[in-house]
Design a protein around this ligand. Structure first.
Ligand SMILES: *Cc1c(COP(=O)(O)O)cnc(C)c1O
Length: 372
């Protein structure tokens, strides 16, 4: 095993870096979970040991995200893309839903929902290349919308809602559905404005294969007849995520991450509030460096830049390969941008310490100095 604190900094967009303390704890418990004689992977999901793990994970997540009592927490499979179908199957009632298009993931959500309901576009930032957020005051939300969907952090485009829209104030009674896959637990959620939130675990919580759904009580029980039972939110909620075998290992790993998050502090702040402070500091360090250099650039409007995913470009793109090779040699991994955007992308999720962002900025400064 590598000595503590010596692993490379990993900027993958997902599956992404996990807190080292979580990986070490899982390694220590791998062959024998707390004297049970079993790995968590080998346990019956209905046994008392896994029951403890599941209950603890759910209660820690509820505490961390301050999830109100009228919301259910569901541990599912299928990922974010699975939810693009599962949400309309459960919420659309075969009617209409309105989508706010802000980048790659909301485009995918809208497209998939068309298979199950009248999926309309309430607003889009396509005209400006997905570099700013459309003002909620201009969104076209139908009176008959069963729900309004948005992606609260566009992982690929690097744009994030700094606050969620208040649909009621916009004159809509529709519940807001958010895809928070890539910034869940990086900042508090304003649940008063949300009906349902979903996210794959593999960006900010745990390994791939676990999907978190937080859904308000009144949205259960309206699934279309064709909705698979294992994806029917009411059935999953009634069975406390145990209608079928849940992704036990993913729940365990995410549970360890929840415990780690609860222990984090920044001054007087703890948990997600502490992470939000740390994430603001990390993002500021990187964006300020990029903005202060002519060698690098980020094109996203300043008021909606993502704290989690920072796409950036070298002014001279012929140096991209050299930049990436030098980064790897400096133990800075997985900085290549998404193929649809190009350039570079640094994903700086909760598990990335400030020191990791500092190391990236130091490398970028040195690369600029030796290539300018
Ligand atoms: C990664 C991601 C997804 C896709 O999740 P899968 O688990 O691959 O289905 C969906 N939405 C957002 C915002 C993402 O970042």
């Amino acid at each position: 095993m590598p000595a503590p604190g010596t692993r490379p900094y990993n900027f993958s967009a997902g599956p992404a870096a996990m807190p080292e303390a979580v990986l070490r704890r899982a390694a220590a418990e791998m062959l024998d979970w707390q004297g049970s004689g079993m790995s968590v992977m080998e346990m019956s999901h209905r046994g008392k040991e896994f029951g403890v793990i599941l209950a603890q994970a759910e209660s820690d997540l509820r505490t961390l995200l301050a999830v109100p009592d009228q919301f259910h927490i569901l541990f599912m499979q299928g990922g974010g893309l699975g939810e693009n179908a599962i949400v309309p199957l459960n919420l659309s009632r075969g009617g209409a839903a309105d989508f706010v298009i802000t980048g790659s993931w909301s485009i995918k959500s809208h497209k998939e929902a068309q298979r199950y309901c009248a999926a309309r576009i309430a607003a889009s930032n396509a005209a400006d290349g997905h570099l700013s957020l459309p003002d909620p005051a201009g969104w076209q939300i139908g009176a008959d919308a069963a729900y309004v969907h948005l992606c609260s952090n566009e992982t690929i485009n690097g744009i994030e809602f700094q606050q969620l829209p208040d649909l009621a104030a916009l004159g809509s009674k529709a519940p807001l559905v958010i895809d928070f896959s890539s910034h869940v637990a990086s900042r508090p959620v304003d649940w008063a404005r949300v009906g349902l939130a979903f996210g794959g675990a593999q960006k900010n919580l745990g390994p791939a294969g676990l999907t978190i759904v937080v859904v308000r009580d009144d949205l259960l029980g309206h699934a279309l007849e064709i909705c698979p039972s294992a994806f029917n939110y009411k059935i999953v909620a009634d069975n406390r995520s145990m209608y079928n075998t849940p992704p036990t290992w993913g729940i365990y790993m995410a549970g360890l991450t929840f415990q780690w998050l609860r222990e984090q502090t920044e001054g007087a702040l703890t948990g997600v509030e502490a992470m939000a402070q740390r994430n603001i500091a990390k993002a500021r360090l990187l964006y300020d460096f990029i903005d202060g250099s002519d060698f690098y650039l980020n094109k996203v409007a300043a008021d909606c830049r993502s704290r989690m995913n920072v796409p950036f470009f070298l002014a001279d793109e012929s140096r991209n390969d050299a930049f990436l090779a030098g980064a790897r040699a400096a133990d800075l991994l997985q900085l290549k941008g998404h193929k649809s955007v190009g350039g570079m992308r640094a994903s700086i999720y909760n598990a990335m310490p400030l020191e990791g962002v500092q190391a990236l900025v130091n490398y970028m400064r040195e690369f600029e100095r030796s290539h300018a």
